[in-house]
Write a protein that binds this ligand. Structure first.
Ligand code: NPW
Ligand code: ADP
Ligand code: K
Length: 505
């Protein structure tokens, strides 16, 4: 499933019309029809349906929905929120069809009657604005949207909740808090931004007949779906031995944070790694062993409970390395981190304090011949880039793309919608996971899963996207069966991995 900006959607529209020869009025008909079909299970025969239409093609979709519902004897009222002369082109054509079929249009371009109409309605179909919204809402739309939000109705949005921009990095006034959104052809970026996603409610994609193959030329952004996990996650070979599944090294830990690296080691083993070695300070080894007896250990030089200096480690025997979890921020530790990144001839995952240590020396990533995988949350991404957290959250796709291309890394920008970006800028968004993961330790578990995944026979981006999916899905299963978002702990997520791997084996 592709993810689009407004311009990419308009480009798809252009391709369909100019190259595919399909008429815009047919696309609008298809949109309205498909949306109606998807909406009907949410409607009752006695629902009092109010369709709010604006000036653009989103409003045009509203007229098609109105005609289709009227034709099926639903009780429909269309309230047009702009003067007649504003309804043009394909929307005007479909308005006329709606009228020809016996539909009535009430015009209220001042927002004076909205309250009365809302009072009579049980369902609102929001076809006020689609992806064409620009700038601040002009009066009376702010007041109209607020009235819709305060009404005691079920709110069904067409394509996008009105008022919400399609793209990242765009400020907005207010938007319809939809219960459901019927997204045309491809979800827009704002469905994956934490400040706008909540306006969508539940959403689903409806197809209107755009040429599917053209999406790949128009956008390099996709959702990583369960179907893709089924398709790409390697099955364990019945005749394999431990070497087949990779030997991973985990470097990190300190006296103050022995738990993180224990979780990384255990989650890596629970995700299928053949062998896991942990390089850490001597004094924390017994506590890690008590959680993870299967790991082997490399005691590293340390001082006051933190890893020190550059030391001789033979990286050549490992298939992948993860560094940084619970490592602390001493300058001595930084030296080891940089040395490892320079010398390791295998994929290296850099997380947590490892990211801190390289934030002033990102150029060294460009010199690596083997893949570098960085796993920042927005705070760590802010330190890596110097961009404020608020801006990172507001336009994560663009910032992640620029960073990955500049430093030639695979970037996993974590959050409610984790984005995996490859060095060419291609992106995949993970949609599993829940707020139970918003707790210390979740990232350490993810690093372990990723370490294991990159050592299994699958493409690197697939390994990373699958790792993020599995991590989130374990948490999703756990809050259904055994835990809640409140009590879920990172260690529970490790236990929950079994339920996910069983589904895919
Ligand atoms: N292939 C597809 O994708 C298909 C897409 N389709 C549908 O088309 C939709 C996109 O249509 P669109 O381009 O006409 O934009 P849309 O949002 O309906 O209208 C914009 C209108 O809003 C107004 N306006 C803007 N900003 C404003 C503000 N701040 N405050 C107040 N008013 C403001 C602006 O008015 P103006 O500034 O021009 O006076 C303009 O008239 C898309 O989401 C989907 O539903 C389907 O029909 C079929 C195929
Ligand atoms: N609200 C949420 N919904 C879904 N996933 C979340 C949410 N909050 C956090 N996560 C996930 O949990 C992990 C947290 O990682 P991180 O912030 O590095 O944690 P820590 O450093 O404390 O271990 C990431 O994989 C992130 O995607
Ligand atoms: K809408």
């Amino acid at each position: 499933m592709h993810i689009v900006t407004a311009n990419e959607m308009y480009e798809m529209d252009r391709v369909a019309m100019e190259k595919g020869g399909i008429d815009g009025r047919i696309l609008m008909e298809n949109a309205g029809r498909s949306i109606t079909e998807s909406m009907i299970p949410l409607l009752a025969k006695n629902s009092r349906i109010l369709i709010l239409v604006g000036a653009g093609n989103n409003g045009g979709d509203g007229f098609v929905i109105g005609r289709t519902l009227c034709n099926q004897r639903f009780h429909v009222t269309v309230l047009q929120l702009v003067p007649d002369e504003k309804i043009r082109g394909d929307a005007a054509y479909h308005k006329q069809l709606y009228i020809n079929f016996g539909g009535k249009v009430h015009v209220d371009d001042q927002g004076k009657e909205i309250a009365a109409f809302l009072k009579e309605a049980t369902v609102v179909i929001d076809a006020i604005f689609g992806i064409g919204i620009k700038g601040k809402l002009r009066p009376p739309f702010h007041q109209i949207i607020e009235a819709v939000n305060q009404s005691n109705t079920v709110k069904l949005s067409v394509d996008i909740p009105s008022g919400i921009p399609a793209d990242e990095g765009v400020s907005f006034d207010t938007g319809v808090w939809a219960d459901y959104t019927f997204v045309i052809e491809a979800p827009k970026m704002s469905a994956f931004l934490q400040h706008t996603a909540k306006y969508y409610g539940k959403w689903e994609v409806v197809k209107i007949g755009l040429p599917l193959a053209s999406f790949d030329q128009v956008t390099a952004r996709k959702v990583w779906t369960e179907e893709q996990v089924h398709f790409t996650l390697p099955k364990r070979d019945d005749y394999s031995h431990k070497g087949t599944h990779g030997k991973g090294l985990i470097v990190g830990g300190s006296r103050e944070m022995p738990g993180s690296i224990a979780m990384t080691a255990l989650s890596s083993l629970r995700s299928g790694a053949g062998l896991v070695s942990v390089g850490t300070v001597n004094e924390v080894i017994p506590s890690i062993v008590s959680h993870c007896a299967e790991a082997t250990f490399i005691p590293l030089d340390s001082e006051k409970g933190v890893i020190t200096g550059s030391q001789c480690l033979d990286y050549s025997v490992y298939n992948a390395i993860a560094i940084g979890m619970g490592m602390g921020r001493s300058e001595d530790t930084a030296e080891l981190t940089r040395q490892l990144i320079k010398e390791a001839n295998c994929p290296v995952i850099v997380d947590a304090d490892g990211l801190y240590h390289i934030s002033d020396d990102l150029e060294l990533l460009k010199q690596r011949e083997f893949p570098s995988i960085l796993t920042p949350h927005p705070g760590e991404m802010s330190r890596l880039t110097g961009i404020p957290v608020k801006e990172i959250i507001s336009k994560p796709f663009r910032i992640a793309e620029e960073f990955s291309k500049t430093y030639q890394v695979h970037l996993i920008l974590k959050g409610p919608f984790t984005i995996v970006t490859d060095p060419k800028g291609k992106q995949w968004v993970n949609t599993s996971g829940n707020a139970g993961l918003a707790k210390g330790g979740s990232g350490d578990v993810l690093s372990g899963i990723l370490l294991s995944m990159v050592m299994q026979p699958q493409l690197l981006v697939e390994a990373l996207a699958n790792g993020c999916y599995i991590h989130g899905k374990a948490a999703d299963n756990l809050i259904v069966n055994k835990h809640s978002k409140q009590d879920l702990l990172a260690t529970d997520v490790i236990q929950g991995l079994a339920s996910v791997f069983r589904t895919f084996s």
